[in-house]
Design a protein around this ligand. Structure first.
Ligand code: SAH
Length: 233
């Protein structure tokens, strides 16, 4: 009963490393990405009518962690990283078959220089993630208002974000290439991407993340993410 999956396309995402990617889709709305279809699936007919839907489901491979395998229990970051739950009771990346499922916002279909792409926003996917399937999000069946959210019933609290003058100057310098860089950094950091076991304490540790081709350094000071520098890689 083995079933082989072939990617229909690969995602171009601002998230170039796993660290700091939001833990679910929709949390960082400004994260724009495009799914570039592989030549054998690059047929615009397969997207006919898709613009009628505001949101789409993506089925993809956690390709970056596939080699690490899976185990029956995992430690969800939402529980501080110190409580174990069954893998099927979580959205962990370490699972049999390594399949991910994310609801994202439809932006547009693009056809440029012989390439077919689907632009979406609010993604939680690493750059280069293989996409296996795309389906419309259908609110009357998919949006269940009375559903229980278990240990993840509510969105986690947001962190305050601030930029030091040097980081502000860098934002101005890079604004021509990426006008929404400030919004993206702010939304990503407001999710507090620090490893769960660091809790909410200020530990004066410097962190770095890689968005587009920028290296962003920040520290947590008085419960605020303070961006210290933004440099081009
Ligand atoms: N919404 C999806 C993913 C939840 S886990 C689902 O429920 O199935 C989200 C995390 O997956 C991100 O924080 C990031 O660390 C990780 N991730 C994203 N793309 C990945 C990839 N291609 N390989 C491995 N991990 C990935």
């Amino acid at each position: 009963m083995t079933h082989t999956l072939t990617p229909i396309g690969f995602i171009h995402s601002p998230y170039k490393q796993k660290f700091a990617i939001p833990r679910q889709p929709g949390l960082v709305k400004s994260a724009l990405a495009s799914i570039e279809f592989c030549p054998e699936f690059a047929d615009a007919n397969s997207l006919r009518g898709i613009e009628q839907f505001s949101h789409l489901w993506l089925i993809f491979q956690f390709h970056h962690t596939t080699a690490q395998g899976w185990s029956p229990t995992v430690r969800p970051p939402r529980l501080g990283g110190n409580k174990k739950l069954g893998v099927f009771a979580t959205r962990s990346t370490f699972r049999p078959n390594n399949l991910g499922l994310s609801v994202v916002e439809f932006v547009e279909v693009r056809q440029q220089s012989g390439k077919l792409s689907l632009v979406v926003s609010g993604i939680d996917l690493l750059d280069g993630t293989p996409i296996f399937d795309i389906k419309p999000y259908v609110p009357y069946v998919d949006a269940l208002v009375a559903a229980r959210g278990g240990f993840a019933d509510e969105a986690p609290p947001l962190m305050a974000v601030d930029f030091l003058p040097a980081a502000r100057q860098a934002l101005t310098r890079f604004s021509q290439d990426h006008a929404s860089l400030e919004t993206l950094i702010t939304q990503v950091l407001s999710q507090d991407p620090r490893p769960a076991y660091h809790g909410n304490t200020d530990n004066n540790k410097s962190y770095g993340m890689h968005l587009y081709d920028y290296n962003i350094q920040w520290r947590v000071v008085f419960a605020t993410c303070v961006v210290e520098s933004i440099t081009k890689i």
